[in-house]
Ligand binder design. Sequence first.
Ligand code: SAM
Length: 379
Amino acid sequence: MERNAGPLTNSFLGKPPCDGGKPYVREPRAFLASSRACYPFILPPVNPALDTLLLAFGPEGLAVPERTLFLGAEPHPALKDWPGVLGWQPFKPKAVAWDTAGFRRVDQPEGAFPCVLVLPGKSRDETLALFARAYDLLEPGGLLVASMPNTAGAARFEKELAKAAGSIGSLQKHKCRAFHAVKNDGWNLALLAEWRSAGERKPVAGTEFIAEAGVFSPDHVDPASALLAKHLPGDLRGKVADLGAGWGFLSQEIARRFPAVTRLDLFEADARALACAEHNLAAFPEVARFHWHDVAAGLGEVGYDAVVTNPPFHSGQKTDVGLGKAFIHAAAGALKRGGRLFLVANRQLPYEAELEAAGFSWRKPAEDSTFKLLFATKR
Ligand SMILES: C[S@@+](CC[C@H](N)C(=O)[O-])C[C@H]1O[C@@H](n2cnc3c(N)ncnc32)[C@H](O)[C@@H]1O
């Protein structure tokens, strides 16, 4: 049975259902319970790329399939009316949002679906590899639908997909493009193989580490983390946490150089990066523990002697200093009194006042033209 998407009215496509000219507002949990509610709280809007993607479906567009796999899944009120949607989402905060909204999620999608939706990530290789993965997970005749903001290169990626698929459909709305293609015999299999291989794990240049497209700094050691590693004090010991551990550069340095560290907890929101970190720290099973975790929600664990971090300062494409500040508070909540925080950041990021507010005394032991180190002690 096929059915249409249902209430794809402007209530989910850029305007609130009872707007009166006000900003797009949604109530956090209940927005899925009642797709026609008059929402009382102001929240960030649903991802406009997802709004645009869902515009492709509906009475005059594509038919809503019976089963759908959503790569890069994010919740949307209209998806509640779809019969079977399975999500894959490697970024913990978004995975939690998806789960909380009541959708089903899988860590490793398998099988063949009549429809695969794709909300791509940031990097070229990651995006093309996701297109190839979507193709692999489609049944013959199945539909691939992707959507991206124009600022993320939507037109360029639409052309790339057209090169592989031959024929492509497209629509533009909300400064985004949604484009779709059907899996048939006309696809360029050699190009798909190239894209698949671009998304595989690869050595990080000049190191023995591996990383994959889409994770932070997959091609080289981040210079900020290298600066922090160089200045870590020789007396690092005990129970240590690495917040936003990525593919594990800082943690591996600690595990290798500091035998007095008895436990090393890697907290990382990107499941793909964490899997690379597990590989990169395979030689240290007695100390290293891996947590797929949203650090902004606190660590849920206390008693640390030290915390190291090179905190993120982007949410999607936007600078988000709040994330680094949340990391500082998570560290404060997890450290023992007298415990030490070793943080590296871009020079312009205003973390000093936050350290004070979180109950640290701090100093700046080193800086260069781009980065500063902030070393702090919990009072
Ligand atoms: C600047 S990178 C540092 C990575 C790693 N420490 C290194 O030096 O290569 C920040 C890391 O924080 C992760 N991250 C972003 N938001 C997060 C969150 N809410 N909770 C945990 N980790 C997060 C990112 O995926 C990224 O790997």
